[in-house]
Design a protein around this ligand. Sequence first.
Ligand code: NSP
Length: 216
Amino acid sequence: MTWTEHAWQAIAPIYKRIIEMPFLAELSKGTLAQERFQFYIMQDSGYLEHFGKALALLGARAAATEDALAFMRFAENALVVESLLHESYLKDFGIPDKGTLEPACHHYVHFLKSTAALDAVEIGMAAVLPCFWIYKAVGDHISKSPQAPANPYQKWIDTYGGEEFGIAVRQAIAICDRAASATTEQTRAAMTKAFITASRLEYDFWDGAYQLRMWK
Ligand SMILES: Cc1ncc(CN)c(N)n1
């Protein structure tokens, strides 16, 4: 079994809870309250900025040039392509600005940045993998569900269920598997732990948006 197969098995219960979340079930049907999507997009715009920087840092720390280039492309994609898409959502949904990072987003980006900066590079790569893989799995899951007519969230569904995103996801999976097979048992265990933590934080991010959770 590859490391990524093992890691996905480890998060199977978390992933099951993710696809059952009301945020995603309602987004899929197009019935999600606009206020909740607005909150999510504002937070996600802030998230992408930090996520992009964590990816760039991992690119700089990667040992193989090929992996460094892949992470730099991932960073550019998060900071330019995904961010532009979010800019368009901000406009479409009448959101004036990104606002501040609320607790779920704040926790997630700081986990990613500190792991990317301070832990072994393989662990940092494992920490960012759910950001790719879970979004792809969720996008595919929703794309295969019965399509709601004129779903206001269709653009979001198409982005993450799309083939272009799928290519990046497969690359990120392959890099992590290569890194895992070249490292020690101890680092592999830490990679799995980081992968699980990031998956929990993905859950929390959608939950925080559904609950409109803000600093007290
Ligand atoms: C919180 C979060 N995680 C992952 C992704 C997909 N890059 C995202 N846009 N937002």
